[in-house]
Design a protein around this ligand. Structure first.
Ligand SMILES: [Zn+2]
Ligand SMILES: [Zn+2]
Length: 506
């Protein structure tokens, strides 16, 4: 069992910016001499493999336009964008709910999910309250620079959403109108957090299997997607939020690469002409014609090389349940896919040991090749630019390769220097680069940074905008609870500019 100090440290770490948390977790390992065992390894076996690891909380199923406007307004006015990196990339693992047994009685029933954080029946949530109170500041204007009071921590919990936000009841009451803009969303976050700890059976984490040949997947929205993919157990808004929190990672990739993608070159379809060329090249291999191949000797056919999807700066996404990632294989059943997670934090939260670096495996790559026929996941805990320089994955081919960066923080002051070295190599490959952001501000900051670094050297493939397959669950930043965001909220794509031969006529 982990000691209370371990639990507190882990709970605190899981809320920090992952960049800071890496060094802290190293310190904590050094201090107690061993790495902490994730709780899910201490638990008895769960009933199916698809329930071995879970993502955390969600929020409103469908956030109405009005609510998202409030959020946007709240975010731009109240949040300090420099903290927006301190989000919940490993929340999925921090909450570590009891995944449930269909016959067990839940600890919390569905009509008993709201509890103020600091008096929650769930210890992990009380610890979260403790963390928020010590790290966030009262947003009342009196504490602003030049105001009448010095900054104070958030001690007072709003009775309606149960999140510690203000230093006192007086400041909460005085700022109530502004708080109303986000109170509903915060309450939903509160209930969704408690839901994950409720001990109920999470049927929404049963993933759909093989897609029938004759049934087309409809990518117009989460609803049509889940329906046409035959996800059967997602029948409430809360289940939808919990499920999309995980599925947003594979389906964001699938929805852009698939031939039935919701993004197109019609007006408002966001795909650019260069984007159509680029993604068509990949689709040529992702959707090959049927060739009559089969398992018997006479049906053997030459298989083209796998399409490689490089997920760079990988963190929590590398430890998502494998059944979630296999959803990509179900979307492209006729081609082989190799998913490659690369990033110094890619092995965080993973139970495998990093193999020693040898001449055959120079980067200590962890390979999982028995997940699904034709689908393989490899993980390398190193910087992409280090690997690129050695030519390990050469040659790159825009017909077979693409890059995905989930919330990379390209323009974030804490991480942009890491990306500065990577970007030129990515552009050099001419393969598409898909990028997501937590919020509009987060995404725009990345776009501005790419513009500064590589002005004129790249083509936009997908115009920035809200991601059809974003997480429907909202999260709050424990360092600043008014900084609210959703996983993969926005998405855009670009690639290194191609200079085509042109005729020089007189
Ligand atoms: Zn105050
Ligand atoms: Zn409230």
């Amino acid at each position: 069992m982990a000691s209370p100090a371990d639990l507190t440290a882990r709970s605190a770490l899981s809320r920090l910016c992952t960049r800071c948390s890496v060094s802290l977790s190293r310190q904590s390992r050094a201090a107690n001499g061993f790495a902490q065992t994730p709780k899910h390894q201490q638990r008895p076996l769960s009933t199916t493999s698809s329930r071995t690891r879970r993502l955390a909380p969600l929020s409103p199923l469908v956030v109405t336009n009005a609510a998202s406007k409030h959020l946007a307004a709240g975010a731009s006015r109240l949040s300090i964008s420099t903290t927006s990196r301190a989000l919940h990339e490993h929340d999925p693992f921090k909450f570590d709910p009891y995944y449930g047994n269909p016959y067990a009685t839940p600890i919390l029933s569905q009509d008993n999910l709201f509890h103020p954080f600091s008096s929650s029946p769930i210890r992990a949530i009380r610890e979260r309250a403790w963390f928020i109170k010590r790290h966030s500041s009262c947003p009342h204007p009196d504490h602003a620079p030049g105001g009448s009071q010095l900054p104070k921590h958030s001690e007072f919990e709003c009775p309606d959403c149960g999140v510690p936000l203000y230093c006192s009841k007086e400041h909460w009451a005085d700022d109530y109108e502004r708080h109303l803009e986000v109170c509903d969303i915060l309450r939903q976050i509160n209930e969704d957090d408690h839901d994950l700890h409720s001990g109920r059976y999470f049927a929404e984490f049963e993933y759909a299997g093989v897609q029938l040949d004759e049934a087309l997947v409809n990518f117009s929205s989460w609803d049509t997607f889940l329906y046409t993919r035959e996800f059967k157990a997602i029948n409430s808004e809360r289940s939808m939020r919990q499920a999309t929190r995980i599925l947003t990672y594979p389906i964001t990739i699938g929805s852009i690469l698939h031939e039935l993608s919701p993004y197109n070159i019609k007006a408002g379809g966001r795909l650019t002409v260069e984007g159509l060329k680029s993604f068509s090249a990949l689709r040529y291999n992702l959707h090959p014609p049927k060739n009559g191949g089969g398992p018997s000797i006479k049906d053997l056919r030459v298989r083209p090389p796998p399409v490689r999807i490089f997920v760079l700066g990988a963190r929590a996404e590398s430890s998502l349940p494998r059944d979630a990632w296999i959803q990509i294989a179900h979307l492209f059943p006729l081609c082989d896919i190799h998913l490659i997670f690369i990033g110094p934090e890619a092995m965080l939260n993973r139970k495998e040991k990093i193999p020693p670096r040898t001449p055959e495996n120079p980067f200590g790559m962890v390979v999982e090749d028995q997940l699904w026929p034709g689908f393989k996941i490899s993980t390398i805990a190193d910087y992409y630019h280090t690997i690129h320089k050695t030519g390990y994955f050469y040659p790159y081919d825009p017909y077979f390769d693409c890059f995905v960066l989930f919330h990379p923080g390209l323009g974030h002051p804490a991480s942009s220097h890491h990306w500065a070295e990577t970007l030129p190599y990515l552009l050099e490959t001419k393969a598409p680069i898909i990028v997501t952001g937590y919020t509009e501000e987060d995404m725009q900051r990345d776009i501005n940074w790419v513009n500064e670094q590589a002005s004129g050297e790249f083509d936009l493939l997908l115009e920035p905008g809200e991601n059809t397959f974003r997480s429907l669950r909202w999260d709050l930043n424990d360092m600043d609870p008014l900084d609210i965001s959703a996983g993969n909220w926005g998405v855009w794509a670009f690639r290194g500019k191609r200079y085509e031969a042109t005729r020089k006529d007189a």
